[in-house]
Design a protein around this ligand. Structure first.
Ligand code: UTP
Length: 292
């Protein structure tokens, strides 16, 4: 039986250059979709998947992430004193992680996603773990990570979430080569990082959710550089194809690329339209704006 996935790595040390100047002094993962930061959506997705131990790989200017998940004593005391702020108090406390369940470690240089994941090696040890890129916001029920964990229970091994993308966009993704799909899962035969459209083995893009075997650290230990001169997670994982079970799971829920400005805007509108407390007002607002 496959070992249970209990831990997640959240690499949040990127520079967020596509979002400057917003990300000059603030983490991209603290950008807010409706009323909570991106990183909180990723944590809620993990909790839904039964994962409650977290390794955040952070960098300079990312302290707000750690503060966000701590208890906020002064704020909570003030809300309590006001008497009429019970809902706000509940929301604030819901963003607090269990004591001792989160580790914050720093990637001292942004050498790539593979390097960021490698920085978590001592805290993960030798068990399978989830990797979530919090600047990609996934909305589905069950969540994307919960679907991966369920798949992992059946197949063991590495599992990555993939989505079909237009062929002209393959150069922005890790593109997978797979055998024919069965029940939403396909055995992987290869991954190419950012291929030109004419060289892509398929149009299935690896999106920011995976369950990864600890053997990946043995490959990341070599610090080999790949596409863009960065240490790529895809390259290290590709080394396990053929040696360990390795599947791609087609994700059919909603995905918003919040690392890009328009994707972030789309996420705000999309999430607001889907929430009972904001849907009607958002729809009315959009209608008004489009008329004007
Ligand atoms: P991105 O490719 O989106 O890079 O990284 P970025 O630096 O955050 O943003 P841009 O492209 O410059 O605008 C994908 C994920 O990997 C993390 C990022 O924080 C993000 O969650 N990452 C990337 C690291 O933690 N370290 C790195 O060296 C690179």
């Amino acid at each position: 039986m496959a070992q249970r996935v209990r831990k997640a790595v959240l690499p949040v040390a990127g520079l967020g250059t596509r979002f400057l100047p917003a990300t000059k002094a603030m983490a991209k993962e603290m950008l807010t979709v409706v009323d909570r930061p991106l990183i909180q959506y990723a944590i809620e997705e993990c909790l839904d998947a039964g994962i409650d131990e977290f390794v955040f790989v952070t960098g300079r200017n990312k302290m707000a992430i750690e503060d966000h998940f701590d208890s906020a004593y002064e704020l909570e005391a003030t809300l309590e004193q006001r008497g009429n702020k019970a809902a706000e108090l509940k929301l604030t406390q819901a963003a607090t992680l269990k004591q001792g369940n989160a580790i914050f470690t720093r990637q001292q240089k942004p050498l790539g996603l593979g390097h960021a994941v490698w920085c978590a090696r001592h805290w993960i040890g030798r068990e399978p773990f989830a990797v979530l890129l919090p600047d990609e916001l996934m909305v589905s029920s069950p969540t994307c990570t919960a679907q991966l964990v369920t798949a992992h229970e059946k197949t063991g091994g590495n599992i990555v979430a993939v989505m079909n993308v237009p062929r002209e966009q393959t150069k922005s993704y890790g593109i997978v080569a797979v055998k024919p799909e069965k029940d939403g899962l396909a055995e992987m035969t290869g991954i190419v990082e950012k291929p030109k459209p004419e060289e892509a083995p398929s149009t299935l893009a690896w999106i920011g959710r995976s369950v990864v075997l600890p053997e990946v650290f043995d490959h990341l230990d070599r610090h080999e550089k790949g596409a863009g001169g960065e240490i790529q997670l895809t390259d290290a994982m590709a080394k396990m194809i053929g040696n360990k079970p390795f599947h791609a799971m087609t994700y059919t829920g909603q995905r918003y690329d919040c690392g890009s400005r328009i994707g972030f805007l789309e996420a705000n509108v999309g999430v607001a339209l889907n929430r009972a407390d904001t849907a009607a007002e958002t729809r009315a607002l959009l209608t008004r704006m489009l008329k004007g």
